[in-house]
Design a protein around this ligand. Structure first.
Ligand SMILES: [Zn+2]
Length: 319
């Protein structure tokens, strides 16, 4: 089968959905597909399904010409250089899984593994809201708060390839216990699930809200709707989340002299409600630039960001 030097495959394996795409070298999406992770069943059947879907991508839109390489985004704890998913709390059964070897053998093309938030950040930098800013951070607000740091136009991995774990940056004024067991982590108040938990606490304290449903059904989508109707609970929670992000960003901007922060992920639907809190705190604490020199913006690519980011990763690795 002839190879196609101009296309890549991209895969983003999430706890809820698996996204895949055939893309050009500049991140142009040729085809994009998403299916529920649960459709795959167990680990082996999920991998078999992914292999079949990726093969269909290049047999269809790729006209049977094999892409040059595959980039895989995965959540949780990974060893990117070895291509192993060590543990992914949201992917049942994914433990010490050599995913790049498995995919590379099944598809007969080279494969690389990357943290999903890093791929997301690369996508927003290449084509999205952070385009043109070579020193920037992207946050993804989901079950946790992921982060990806771009410095001088390259992904910054750090000594242990685990940089930008912004969700676990501790904030002295946060009093909640994080999913990681530590106290004060940013994501305990600023992730989509952290914001819903804050709202449930508000209800448990008997404070006023327009929400009349079961507290356990609350999510940021419902809160977004409520905020639009002036709900004091949702507005206060978004403000609190925004301020927490503002404190974290002030530290990171002051450390690295960044020019942009991109806020993506499902929770970023509430960006307009969080932005005043973010900007208020950041403007009071930033010393490395004036506010009109920097940008704090909502992500533009949503679930396509990691797929587009795959092109930046693969080209930077010489493919
Ligand atoms: Zn934590």
């Amino acid at each position: 089968m002839p190879n196609n030097e101009d296309t890549f495959l991209a895969l983003d394996i999430g706890g809820t959905n698996v996204k895949s795409g055939l893309i050009g070298r500049g991140g142009e999406i040729i085809t994009f597909e998403s299916f529920p992770t649960s459709e795959g069943g167990g680990v082996e059947t999920l991998i078999a399904l992914i292999v079949r879907k990726l093969t269909e991508l290049w047999n269809g839109a790729g006209k049977g010409r094999k892409p040059k390489a595959l980039a895989i985004g995965a959540p949780g704890w990974i060893r990117r250089r070895e291509g192993v998913v060590v543990m992914a709390p949201n992917l049942a059964g994914w433990k010490d899984l050599p995913i790049t070897r498995i995919m590379s053998e099944a598809l007969d093309i080279p494969a690389l593994l990357e943290n999903d938030a890093n791929l997301y950040a690369l996508g927003e930098w290449l084509q999205g809201a952070g385009k043109g800013c070579d020193n920037q951070i992207t946050l993804t607000l989901g079950t946790g708060v992921g982060g990806g740091l771009i410095l001088e136009g390259r992904l910054w991995e750090g000594s242990f390839t685990s940089a930008a774990e912004v969700g676990h940056i501790p904030l002295g004024n946060v009093d909640r216990i994080c999913g990681c067991g530590r106290k004060g982590c940013l994501e305990s108040v600023a992730s989509a699930s952290g914001m819903a938990a804050l709202a449930r606490e508000w209800i448990a304290e008997g404070r006023g809200t327009l929400y009349g449903g079961d507290p356990k059904d609350l999510d940021t989508l419902a809160m977004l709707d409520l905020a639009g109707r002036g709900d004091p609970m949702s507005l206060a929670v978004f403000r609190q989340a925004g301020e927490a992000i503002g404190y974290m960003l002030a530290g990171v901007f002051n450390l690295l002299s960044l020019e942009a922060a991109v806020i993506g992920g499902g929770g970023s639907g509430a960006f307009d409600y969080m932005a005043p809190g973010i900007l208020d705190i950041l403007s009071r604490h930033i010393v490395t630039a004036s506010m009109n020199q920097i940008r704090v913006v909502k992500g533009a690519l949503e679930d396509k960001a990691p797929i587009i980011g795959a092109a930046a990763l693969l080209t930077s690795e010489g493919f």
